[in-house]
Design a protein around this ligand. Structure first.
Ligand SMILES: [Zn+2]
Ligand SMILES: [Zn+2]
Length: 257
């Protein structure tokens, strides 16, 4: 069994705080055997990409599977971010459809990132070309349960594209971003090729602290949706409680001064 940290930014991205080597140490600390790096498109160019890919390959040769990738954003679809996973060549950004076609022809996977960012919407023009979408992202959603609205949106996406894969990611930019959500590979994976083979074929489970789902699951059923719905209410209530308590404490402190 191998766990993978998915959707991670190193300091090659302008908002990443950790070097790739520090991320490798973090993986060892938390027991992850695979690392999926997806650096922001605007921070890369062909030379930087070449150096990035050779670093990933050198570390992978030592044991930990480090997969290179890019996170694209597109001016014409500003809320849609796309992860090109397993990409080893810099593919310049053109219009969204043409870019994704080129990424796919390079053998990489295409995953729509953090569905919560745009309310679970996937543009029609790319629905047939993507491999999957990030149903749960702990950068946008709670670390304990996914977002109810996004699970129902995923069910609607599944009706149109039954073979679409469900992913979960950390959108990790620093050490605090490791929130216990991983891709778990139950079949033996020894190298990046094995990892990408499992990912492409949906042979993994998305595993969080209290919630898990298979990459190929048909849709989220009534019982799961209810559990997540009440989980969301509980988390929102607790969050509001903590916020109110903090405000009261600050109020008392300023009254005393
Ligand atoms: Zn993003
Ligand atoms: Zn990201």
């Amino acid at each position: 069994m191998v766990d993978g940290l998915f959707h991670v930014h190193s300091n090659l991205s302008h908002d990443g705080r950790l070097s790739i080597l520090a991320l490798v140490d973090l993986c060892r600390e938390i027991g992850a055997g695979a690392l999926f790096l997806t650096e922001h498109y605007d921070d890369l160019d062909p030379e930087k990409m070449e150096a990035f890919v050779s670093t990933c390959n050198a570390i992978s040769a030592e044991g930990l599977c480090v997969v290179s990738g890019i996170e694209y954003d597109f001016p014409e679809c500003s809320d849609t971010h796309v992860l090109a996973v397993g990409l080893e060549r810099f593919v310049p950004r053109r219009d969204i459809r043409k870019t994704l076609e080129e990424i796919r022809s390079n053998g990489a996977l295409i995953i729509v990132a953090h569905l919560s960012r745009n309310g679970g919407h996937i543009p029609d023009e790319i629905l047939d070309i993507i491999h999957g979408c990030e149903v749960w992202n702990t950068g946008y959603d709670s670390r304990y349960v996914p977002n109810y609205k996004i699970l129902t949106a995923f069910n609607r996406i599944k009706e149109k594209r039954p073979n679409i894969l469900a992913f979960s990611g950390s959108d990790l930019h620093d050490k605090n971003g490791a929130k216990g959500l991983v891709l778990r590979f139950e079949s033996p994976v020894q190298n990046v090729k094995d990892v990408l083979h499992c990912v492409k074929n949906g042979k993994f489970i998305n595993k969080g602290l209290f919630f898990k789902y298979h990459a190929t699951r048909r849709c989220f059923g009534f019982f799961t949706l209810m559990m997540v719905f009440f989980g969301n209410i509980l988390i929102d209530t607790l969050y509001l409680g903590v916020l109110l308590k903090k405000r009261m404490w600050q109020g008392r402190k300023s009254n005393r001064q």
